[in-house]
Ligand binder design. Structure first.
Ligand code: ARG
Length: 320
């Protein structure tokens, strides 16, 4: 809320208006980015999501696509990777909500303890799931399944879900959730979280982002786990890429308290829709979770990630 006080009243009003169904166009990217992009993760065939909510979500998504044009483009420069070598990269799934194809995957996550997976808060939002999360009875974490069309690895039911109460769906701040698993996974499959002031956050540091998300910006979801090489971006550069006050970008503003950016100077390598919640890793340490961005891999528009070091205490306090 500290940030909100700094916001001029008229912007606040605009945001409140933007939260209404008929969002004003200038707020489109900002106010709906994580929600509608994540809706894009609902790649189940049309008709699978039969609820009015899901239909409404689709309508909103299509309306936004019409307004913004096809701004996303090919992933984002990834390559297939071996899931066994990156066992902490997990898929979050619900066949009930997203269909049986690709094991029902709709977001990514990272295994930080034997019973604890961290993911993005927006992955559990009603906008993504189409219904309140309490109504999704088959939330699972899938570990060690590189190819989602197979049955390899393990699929573990989610027993508890904690969504950071500070998560703000308009500003995307504190985009983190903690899932408690009903069965433990192997300790050797976990990834340690970066601590505050970890050198891993130094601008220019090589990082890798993992996911099963869109490889084309057109809904071409990968069935195999992929990774892209990016570098950590200086906070001030990211603040320039996503300014707080520029017209149309309010709410999509970079906030260094709970966010960190990664990308490449020329673009071309990035996370994309369906990668949300997935791990950004530097030297074996989890530094970020895929959260949002403008398009995918666009020059001057780095990916924005939840800053894990800032959330580590909360994550530990809510570990499964
Ligand atoms: N919000 C998206 C999702 O739910 C992730 C978008 C990441 N975008 C980016 N350019 N890094 O899957």
């Amino acid at each position: 809320m500290r940030q909100l006080r700094a916001i001029p009243l008229f912007l606040l009003m605009a945001v409140l208006l933007g939260a209404l169904p008929a969002a004003s166009p200038r707020l489109t990217r900002a106010a709906v980015q994580p929600r509608d992009t994540a809706r894009d993760t609902a790649r189940a065939p049309a008709g699978t999501l039969t609820s009015a909510d899901a239909r409404e979500a689709r309508d909103v998504r299509e309306a936004r696509a019409a307004r913004t044009g096809a701004r996303t483009r090919a992933v984002v420069g990834g390559r297939p990777v071996d899931a066994a070598a990156h066992p902490w990269a997990v898929a979050i799934s619900s066949r009930e909500r997203f269909g049986a194809e690709r094991s029902g995957q709709f977001c990514g996550g990272a295994l930080v303890d034997v019973r604890t997976v961290v993911t993005a808060a927006h992955c559990l939002s009603r906008e993504v799931l189409g219904v309140p999360r309490e109504e999704v009875k088959d939330l699972h974490v899938i570990s060690g399944r590189g190819d989602l069309e197979t049955r390899s690895g393990r699929e573990v039911p989610v027993r508890t879900a904690w969504v950071d109460p500070g998560y703000d769906s308009v500003t995307n701040e504190q985009d983190i959730a903690v899932l408690g698993l009903s069965e433990p996974l192997s300790q050797s499959h976990t990834v340690p979280m970066a601590a505050a002031r970890d050198g891993a956050y130094a601008p220019g540091t090589a990082a890798e982002v993992f996911g099963w998300g869109d490889t084309s910006g057109t809904g071409a979801y990968a069935s195999g786990l992929r990774a892209a090489d990016v570098e950590m971006v200086e906070d001030s550069d990211c603040a320039r890429a996503y300014p707080r006050s520029a017209s149309g970008t309010f709410g999509g503003a970079f906030e260094k308290q709970s966010m960190v950016c990664a990308g490449t100077p020329a673009g071309g390598r990035d996370a994309c829709q369906g990668d949300s919640g997935g791990p950004l890793v530097v030297k074996g340490r989890l530094v970020g979770l895929v959260s949002w961005g403008a398009g995918c891999g666009e020059e001057g528009r780095p990916g924005v990630y939840t800053r894990v070091s800032a959330m580590a205490d909360a994550i530990r306090a809510h570990s499964g």
